[in-house]
Design a binder for this molecule. Structure first.
Ligand code: NAD
Length: 290
């Protein structure tokens, strides 16, 4: 029976560490990190998520501002807002809440965010730095996955990891972080399934990370005995929220497994806060030492 990788417990430890760091920064700079979350529209789901981010930020001592913009905002107006926050020395970190309306080009807006304020680590400069191993601001969800893996205490060097899902915010950056740790990585995606080869890859995984968004895509029988299983997927079904892995069956074979909900999600929010602290350090320590 697998050991549960409890995201809420891990998040509690991370929050305690970040609070201590923020207190030290406050002592040194008489200021705390300040982040803004730019949200276009105000649907209930996004507002609830932003509220939970705000609570975590406040518990750590980070100032959190939610900036609500209208759904019909133009690309030009949104760009101007980003420029305003880039120029404001009181703002240390900027995130752009997803989803954005269809008429907004998300990538080009993400690339306008100053690289030292890019809380989600998603602009091309930060992704490029990560590829080169200059890992200062790393995308939040891959970082949360790495924290879960680290929390097992397992030596992962030379192990086989299989990532299912190759998106730009989860699967692809995660593959880089794992390679940095000398893990052998296979990245699967829709075409792997279409070719009927998903099972053979998953069965090999010492570390399996699934980030697709399809309820119970991975049957328990595919899990290698003793594997570390990290389920990033979030799927709303009749019975509530489930992941991409058939949890009940998988936990009988895995050594470690994240639940959904309560696994990767709570740690991802903490990684956003960690990035806010890193951003503050990048800006203030650089300014002080200049
Ligand atoms: P995405 O839609 O951008 O990417 C999905 C990926 O899955 C693609 O690479 C696609 O090729 C692949 N895929 C689709 N169907 C497949 C199949 N049948 N077999 C194999 N691969 C398949 O999604 P995303 O934004 O990366 O999110 C993935 C999931 O992770 C979603 O459920 C999302 O809600 C969740 N998520 C959770 C967190 C968190 O913090 N817990 C953060 C981000 C995303």
């Amino acid at each position: 029976m697998a050991q549960l990788l409890d995201g809420r417990a891990l998040a509690k430890d991370i929050k305690a560490g970040l609070s201590a760091q923020v207190a030290r920064l406050h002592k040194e700079f008489a200021q705390v990190p300040r982040m803004v979350n730019i949200m276009i529209g105000n649907d209930d789901g996004s507002c609830a998520y932003a509220n939970s981010q705000k609570k975590v930020a406040q518990a750590i001592g980070i100032e959190y501002e939610l900036v609500n913009l209208p759904l019909d905002i133009t690309q030009e107006h949104l760009s101007a807002e980003i420029s305003r926050f880039n120029a404001d020395p009181q703002v240390n970190g900027i995130m752009l809440h997803k989803p954005v309306p269809e008429h907004i080009d998300y990538n080009s807006i993400a690339n306008l965010v100053q690289i030292e304020k890019d809380l989600e680590g998603i602009n091309v400069a930060n992704i490029g730095k990560m590829l080169l191993g200059e890992t200062t601001i790393i995308p939040c969800t891959p970082q949360a996955v790495m924290e879960h893996i680290k929390s097992t205490g397992v030596d992962i060097r030379g192990k086989e990891a299989v990532i299912v899902g190759a998106s730009g915010i989860v699967g692809k950056p995660l593959s880089i972080l794992l390679v940095e740790q000398y893990v052998t990585v296979t990245v699967c995606h829709i075409a792997t399934s279409e070719a009927g080869r998903l099972e053979e890859h998953v069965r090999r995984a010492d570390i399996l990370v699934v980030a697709v968004g399809r309820a119970r895509l991975i049957p328990g029988l595919w899990i290698k005995e003793g594997a570390i299983v990290i389920d990033v997927g979030i799927n709303r079904v009749e019975s509530g929220i489930v992941g991409d892995v058939d949890f009940d069956a998988a936990k009988e074979r895995a050594a470690y497994i994240t639940p959904v909900p309560g696994g990767v999600g709570p740690v991802t929010v903490c990684m956003l806060m960690k990035n806010a602290v890193e951003a503050f350090k990048l800006q203030n320590i650089k300014r002080r030492d200049a």
